[in-house]
Design a protein around this ligand. Structure first.
Ligand SMILES: [Fe+2]
Length: 276
């Protein structure tokens, strides 16, 4: 099995990720040599800081895949996007479907937390995405100020109960996003609330790959088997099977998802932190 990275700013010249194709290819080659052979490309969408045209993402992804193939780099890409925290109300179901992954009935999108902290508006935005028929992978919750100390995790509880899962950043676990993010990332991994780890790589400025997170995850208290779930089995499950609704029967090999949902159920109303 190989590593699968579901949060990556690899598309060149579109946001704050790879500035050009040469930088994207150099990063992709490092990913492949680190055993990352499948990834979604997730430019910021709905952000006031980047003018990303959603309708162009598939063609841009196909262009980059052709460049990877020409360079003989063993990395398969899927088009995606990272939904800006305040953009949920602006994105139609058609927009969301362009950047969604998984089979019909279990499609999901990646939604970015507000760095200033999880607020009620973000929770409402997640509910709006869910109401349009999409599951949600919540990107780097540990980077939201006050996740463990100011009720941020409690405000995510309704989304988690409705089937959303959490994606922790490799760079947070590695301590590159500051001590609060690292502490929260470690707690999310240890408590099994984290369902996947992704790189959130920004070639040119944040050049780490998903593989570099694994020793940090072990240091956080994860077992070797859990690390395989977080970087290989669970992200692969999301691409193949999507994110089934909480009331839908789970397919075989959904052990990681069951554990994440069990951990979310153990969050009590008003919880400020998490176990572990
Ligand atoms: Fe990102």
């Amino acid at each position: 099995m190989t590593r699968v990275d579901l949060h990556l700013h690899l598309l060149p010249g579109i946001d704050d990720g790879a500035p050009d194709e040469a930088t994207a290819l150099e990063h992709a080659a490092r990913m492949a040599s680190d055993g990352v052979h499948a990834a979604t490309v997730t430019p910021h969408v709905g952000s006031p800081y980047f003018d990303v045209e959603i309708s162009e993402i598939h063609d841009r992804c196909a262009d980059l895949q052709r460049a990877l193939d020409r360079a003989d780099i063993a990395l398969r890409l899927e088009p995606g996007g990272e939904v800006y925290p305040g953009a949920a109300a602006d994105l139609s179901a058609v927009d969301l479907d362009v950047i969604a992954h998984g089979p019909a009935g279990a499609r999901w999108v990646l939604a970015e937390v507000p760095f200033a902290g999880v607020d009620d508006a973000f929770a409402v935005g997640l509910a709006e995405i869910r109401a349009r028929g999409f599951g949600i992978v919540i990107a780097h919750p540990e980077r939201a100020t006050g996740l463990l100390t100011d009720g941020g995790l409690a405000r995510l509880r309704p989304a988690l109960e409705d089937g959303a899962v959490l994606q922790v950043n490799a760079c947070s676990l590695m301590g590159r996003q500051g001590p609060e993010a690292q502490k929260a990332a470690r707690r999310l991994v240890r408590s099994r609330l984290a369902y996947i780890i992704a790189s959130d790589g920004h070639p040119g400025t944040r050049g780490h790959t998903l593989a570099e997170a694994e020793s940090a995850a072990i240091a956080a208290g994860a077992s070797a088997a859990q690390v395989v779930q977080l970087t290989q089995a669970n992200p692969r499950f999301l691409l193949r099977h999507g994110l089934p609704r909480v009331d839908a029967p789970l397919p075989l090999r959904a052990d990681g998802l069951r554990r994440a949902r069990d951990a979310a159920r153990r969050l009590r109303p008003g919880v400020r932190g998490c176990a572990g």
